[in-house]
Structure formats: C-alpha cells, structure tokens
Ligand binder design. Structure first.
Ligand code: CP
Length: 317
C-alpha cells in the first residue's frame, strides 16, 4: 500500500513510506513486462503523462517517456524552466495545477526538498497522481525501484546482501531512496565509503536508525570489496555543493579501478545511477560485473509497471 497523508490517489513521493508488498508488486509486474514488453501496448491508450523537469535529466525523463509510449499513452511537458512561464515567476503549485488539467499523471523533478509532496498535495485535489523524478537531495524513488529490480534480477533476492555504497552520501538522493528500499527487505548490510565532508545527512542517519539495516563505515574500497554482492557508486552531486572550492577539493576521491575488482566475488554487480563523471573508468565497462547500463535500461520496465499501477488507479479520468 502507498497512500501517504490520506491522499485520494497514490502519489510516489518517496520510498520511505512504501511497504515491502507495494514495492514487490511493482517489481513483479516489471519482471513480467521485461519478459514480454509488446504485450502492454494498449494498457494506457489515450492517457497523457506530464513530464515536468525543473532540472536536467537524460534517463529519468526519457525512460518515463519510453515507458508511457510503450503503454500506448502520450506525453507533454518541459525539460527545463526555459520557455515556460516559470521564467516569469509562476509558482510550483500553479504550474502543477495547470498540468493536472492537461494530463492524467505528472512526473516532477525539482531542486527543492519537499517539492514532490507539495505537488502531490496540489494535484490530489484534481485526482491526478504525482511521481517524483527526484526532489533536491531528498529522494529519487523510481531510481531505487530500478536499482533493486536490477539487484533482484542478478541475485534473485533482496535480503541478506552486502552492499557497498561509494561516493557522495550527503547530496545523493539515489542513495537515500536505495537505503530505504533495502531496509524493507531485511538482513542487508551496507558498507559505506565517502569523503568525511560527504557523509550521510544527519536527518537520514536518524531515520535509518529505526529501520532494519546494518550500516558499517568502511575504511577503504579494498577493505570491503571481497565481501560485496553489490557495489553502488555515485558521482559527486556538483550542483548541490554549497561551495565550489569543496567540490574541487574532494573530486576524484573515489575511483573504481579495474585492479581492485580482482579481489571481488565472481557474482558481484557494479551499479551506478548515472551519469558518471570519473568514478568508473571506461575500462571497467567490459567486465562482467558492470551492470550499470542494464540497470538504466531496466528503468523503462520498472517505470512501465509503476505507470500502469498509478495511472490505472486514477478514478476521475
Ligand atoms: N539516474 C538519473 O536520475 O539520471 P538522470 O539525471 O539522467 O535522469
């Protein structure tokens, strides 16, 4: 079940408040879709999805677009504020009100924490679901869905895993959502590694205290690599650093060199939400453990499953 704040329709604001059953039902549907995607071409015929992106995106926006087109629906929207009336000062809530009138579901990416919840509150009045495509450094729930779909695809389970997380723990919304997602399935151990100035946000650390997840700080990549089932790497979120000097100081701190992977288990999978900058050299791409492009492709199947679930719930249209 996923019905935060007594909303009329199901909004996808974050993973934190989703149940294990709700998440698993999306993954199960996504596995069926991946096996036979051409079976679903009429599912959302006549439906319109708004893609409202205040921030840059390649994968999230285009895989949502691919997903709705494969389900027989269409899209409208914008990929930056340029050319919209946001440039004239129109507010988030007025923009969402407009899109709720023009479409059956809204995918929103916005730089502010809390933006997805605010949009959901506005669109709910019109019976239109909102799906977060990333809200500031807070959450990126659909990324977590495709991340754990990929983990389940390769490891056939979502519990009892050793997961190494490397990179920008402070500003990466994909890490927040992934940790909440893994906590739902139990008995997972997280080894985390980052520059001291990029450790987990205090608020997230506090929230993770009350979930079923063992968090262990690693001293180095070589320390943990031999134990890992999953290595999840992120880029430094340059755009969220308050001080560009700090970014210059820490950039390049963690790179996954091919040599270090010799000590990894044979069934280790390497994931990255992408885009990468320099965290994973191109030479790693040809290794059997490199699954990040398959992971990105899985975004289409998980988002098809999610759209099917959320848009079919829409009672008013
Ligand atoms: N992983 C991800 O969110 O990629 P984009 O920023 O390209 O959408």
């Amino acid at each position: 079940m996923n019905n935060e704040n007594n909303f009329k329709v199901p909004h996808i604001i974050g993973i934190k408040n989703m149940t294990e059953d709700y998440i698993q039902s999306i993954l199960d549907e996504a596995f069926l879709i991946k096996r036979n995607p051409s079976k679903y071409t009429e599912e959302l015929k006549g439906k319109i999805l708004s893609l409202a992106f205040w921030e840059a995106s390649t994968r999230t926006r285009l895989s949502f677009e691919s997903a709705i087109l494969r389900l027989g629906g269409r899209t409208l929207g914008f990929s930056s504020q340029v050319g919209t009336s946001i440039e004239k000062g129109e507010s988030l809530s007025d923009t969402i009100t407009m899109l709720a009138g023009y479409s059956d579901c809204i995918v929103l990416r916005h730089p502010r924490r809390g933006s997805a919840k605010l949009a959901a509150r506005v669109a709910d009045k019109y019976g239109v679901p909102v799906i977060s495509g990333g809200s500031g450094s807070q959450e990126h729930p659909t990324q977590a869905l495709l991340d754990i779909f990929t983990i389940q695809e390769f490891h056939h389970r979502l519990s009892g895993l050793n997961v190494g997380i490397v990179g920008d723990l402070r500003y990466s919304r994909t890490i927040s959502s992934l940790l909440f997602a893994l906590s739902k399935f139990g008995r997972n151990t997280i080894y985390y590694l980052s520059h001291p100035s990029l450790k987990l946000q205090e608020e997230l650390e506090y929230d993770l205290n009350s979930v079923d997840l063992e968090l262990t700080k690693a001293e180095s990549l070589s320390d943990m690599i031999g134990d890992l089932d999953v290595l999840y790497v992120t880029r430094l979120q340059k755009e969220r650093f308050p001080d560009p000097m700090l970014y210059n100081k820490v950039k390049g701190s963690y790179q996954i060199q091919k040599d270090i992977l010799k000590a990894a288990k044979s069934d280790l999978i390497i994931l990255h939400p992408l885009p990468r900058v320099d965290e994973i050299p191109y030479s790693v791409d040809s290794l059997p453990q490199a699954k990040y492009f398959e992971q990105a492709k899985n975004g289409v199947y998980t988002r098809m499953a999610l759209l099917k679930k959320v848009m079919k719930f829409n009672l008013n249209k």
